[in-house]
Ligand binder design. Sequence first.
Ligand code: GLC
Length: 737
Amino acid sequence: MEYKQLEQLLKDMSLEEKVGQMVQLPAGMIAKEGLITGQVDNLHLPKEQKRLIGSVLGLTGAEDLREMQENFMAEHPHHIPLLLMYDVINGMETIFPIPLGQGCTFSPELVEQAARVAAKEATAAGLHVTFSPMLDLVRDARWGRVMESTGEDPYLNAELGKAMVRGYQGSGKGEALDLAKEGNIAGCVKHFAAYGAPLGGREYENVELSERTLREDYFPAYQAAIEEGCVMVMTSFNTLNRIPSSGNKWLMRKVLREEMKFDGLLISDYSAVDEMISHGIAADSREAAKLAILAGVDMDMVSNAYIRYLAELVRSGEVEERLVDDGCMRVLKLKNELGLFENPFKDGSVEKEMEILLCKEHRNLARKMAAKSFVLLKNEKILPLAKEANGTVALIGPYADTVDMFGAWSFPKKPELGVTIKQGMEAKGVVPAVSKGCFIQDEDKQAKVGQKDVYTEEELEFLMKEAVETAKSAETVILCLGEHREYTGEGGSRADITLPKHQLELLHRVAKVNKNIVTVVFSGRPVVISEVVEVSKAVLMVWMPGTEGGNAVADVLYGDVMPEGKLSMCLPRSVGQVPIFYNKFRTGRPNEEGTRVGFIHGYIDESIYPLFPFGYGLTYTDFVYSEVKLSKDTMTKEEAVTATVTVTNTGMRDAVETVQLYLWDVTGSVVRPEKMLKGFQKVSLKAGESKEVSFAITEDMLRFYNIDMEFASEPGRFVAYIGSDSSTKNGAEFRLV
Ligand code: GLC
């Protein structure tokens, strides 16, 4: 539709219709009969209002969505199609690793490909918008939603967020944005802003961050995705410095619209507008509506506010109608960009669904990405295993033979088509002796409904004993442990981030009879696994690997695929260290070893360093780095310095290394982190091969928010580090003059 036609449509719409476009309701409220039923908490809204809404979330399936769209448009006065949205966070039916695992691939290419597959499957299922990428920086493993983030680093999150936007919206390889094109889905950057820094890691908790920290660490990834063309942004639940995001004019009008130049659709999070009442800055839903529209929220996701009160606020003169026109027009424009006025069903097709959901090509990519998301944390020469093992292999633990390796935001309609580790091994001709050993969740700790492994102590003891017997007669034990998916994700904050007690008991009882333990850890967060690492000869962190998890684990354990993942979020030694992150400050009393005590930075009873740092990950060979060579030791703002290392594969196997560049701005007008990731390159090296790896360091990489909050570089000393992870000491000094 031409823009002037949209403008004419806007003119023809009543105020109620324009407000209606700015409302999103759950599909459960717009039933197959075309309109409201009472099955769910339908906000008890009048039917004539619900028939005017602009969007629905939470339903997938080409047939169901087509039927709902048809019924809905028939009832709408101007037959305006619904925007159909859903949370496709790490795949639609073909489930990919959780974003935290995707972060460990350090591969924008792979992340873009996975997003592309997700977009194709989601649009075939009739969807128009996905609520992804989630780009909240995370430093606190207690928070349940770290699984949705690509990690603790602003630069990595920005690179991978841009890749997701390209994959979803089809704007990769510099292609012009054409959301109407088949396979393209609208992305939505979330949650704006800084939802990942709740006090105490507690879900929905207040966030207190200085403007400098926001701008240096938390805003860059959102901004990068917006600059990559992402067409939607979602507000966050949290208060930011005591102002809820959905009513925060500074955050939305100044930072998002004016500074980041975002002119797309801003949607609230689920009921977040009404939640300003309980936050305590709105007396009622009417006031919440006013705060949100003044802050620039274009669409109210599931609350009473806009649908009940926005028209009245305009009629009373408290809100200018142009604000409603602006919001409504952004909704109409997105529908138009998606081609919905010409084709309200977009790519929805039952045939297409049958053809591509979980197709071999998509499964292969999921398998490849899962294997590359795994991080080998320890290997005392026990991996890779030989398929023709002398003696049996015992496969033990609650994750040994289950398909449920999906992240918390995964809703496959056919989860049973996933591949278990047992199946993955058998596909390689290895027939393990399998024992469950225990259940995933300790009975007394099952905080979330619906995941109750109901069992008796006798049943548990039987499982344990059986597992010990299985371990006794095996050459090697593959122990598959991890937290339950429902203990991660939204509402999944935990104060204790160790593994369930029964699983640790199983570990120790098995270790008593067999020392050759390879532990595979499943989690949606950096769990505390110090005991596991101590007792095991090898530890592979696999996060929540998705549909092809079983095949991918077998691929890596048996060396058909080399592990190459690097931690996108560090693993703490204990929950007491959290929040913990590599780009920390030196303080006035630096503690290099991390464990010194006295009047020095740190704890009496714990190191200041994590168990495994950001960027860390082993493989089945070794790499040696030369010293860093610089093209020169001074640079002006107009020049660049090239930092180069030679990396050698000193082992017997070909492998890939993710070479990382970190910078340290030694002295600034404000203190600067002692390391900042500024580049990474994945380098393939054959056994014995050496390669030079270079990074160009340019002045823009040295900029920061100085003492006057200007984004600029400052002359002075810098150190360029190049290494295998963020703990590298391999650096060389240069000056900006
Ligand atoms: C949820 C989440 C958000 C999600 C939305 C729709 O509460 O916070 O990430 O996209 O509601 O499901």
